[in-house]
Design a protein around this ligand. Structure first.
Ligand SMILES: N[C@H](CCC[C@H](N)C(=O)O)C(=O)O
Length: 277
């Protein structure tokens, strides 16, 4: 079975073209192919599929085989994939996901997609919809007891659940120690992606992320979007910021005019391959 490895800010997935390949058990395949020694090595698996309601459909699976409702870095890579592999000639495409239909604006130079702006839709702030155990809406400043520390967490859904924690220094923060416990905290009935963010100034942040189902990744598009929303809700940032992640930079804007979050960033091919198992 043919596959393509791509990455967005270092958040790397295996992409399978569902127009050409049939994948019967994507959850199991995600686990096998994501394994970095006995498989290809990736943060997970992404299927590019036909859609009845949009130009294309995405299904994404984390390294542990769990299915994510949305994946910001993957939608940018799909935009690049379908344009450069001749599956569309459009520079604005729609993508059906479990988190709703997303619109992608492809930025093209000499027939190469050099960046993509994804309309991530409206942030979901109602506790029950995130979901999170809280009677607040929006969920700001909930106390999260993790091991020896108590954190203030702001919870946002971008179609998938996020818990955003602001820290003084992301570089030296023990992301794995605290992230892996927070991911499965009882506060999050469907688990959660946990972002640790540092506000540099009103238009710049740094962020690391412990992803639900994949562990610490180099970047998280929905996580960066949730982090910007959380920072604005807490009065820490303007509505348009650049977020520095381990694997690159994303530009995130939460527009007042339509309440949508827009994410702009890169997408790159790594290699094509054939899975023989
Ligand atoms: N781990 C996430 C899915 C991938 C999100 C991330 N890689 C992104 O770029 O948004 C979840 O289970 O909700």
């Amino acid at each position: 079975m043919r596959f393509t490895k791509m990455e967005g800010c270092g958040n790397d997935y295996i992409y399978i073209n569902g127009f050409e390949e049939e994948v019967k058990y994507p959850d199991m395949l995600a686990v096998a192919m994501s394994e970095r020694h006995f498989g290809v090595g990736a943060d997970g698996l992404v299927l590019i599929l036909p859609s009845e309601v949009a130009d294309f459909r995405m299904r994404m699976f984390n390294m542990d085989g769990s299915e994510g409702e949305m994946c910001g870095n993957a939608v940018r890579c799909i935009g690049k994939y379908v344009y450069e592999r001749g599956m569309t000639q459009k520079n604005v495409i729609t993508l059906e996901t479990l988190g709703g239909i997303k619109t992608l604006q492809l930025h093209i130079q000499n027939d190469i997609v050099i960046a993509v702006t994804a309309d991530m839709g409206e942030p979901i702030l109602e506790a029950a919809q995130i979901p999170v155990i809280s009677d607040k809406t929006p969920v700001i400043g909930e106390k999260l007891q993790i091991l020896d520390k108590t954190f203030d967490v702001t919870c946002v859904s971008m179609g998938n659940p996020h818990g955003v924690i602001f820290v003084d220094d992301t570089e030296h923060f023990e992301v794995e120690k605290y992230g892996k416990v927070a991911e499965v905290h009882p506060m999050f009935p469907k688990k959660a992606n946990i972002e640790f963010a540092h506000v540099i100034d009103r238009t710049h942040m740094s962020m690391r992320v412990w992803e639900r189902g994949s562990g610490e990744t180099m970047a998280c598009g929905t996580g960066a979007s949730a982090t910007l929303v959380a920072a604005v809700l807490n009065g820490l940032c303007d509505r348009k910021v650049r977020i520095q992640l381990l694997g690159g930079t994303l530009e995130i804007e939460w527009r007042e005019s339509d309440n949508h979050v827009y994410m702009t960033g890169p997408a790159r091919f790594s290699f094509d391959g054939v899975w023989l198992r």
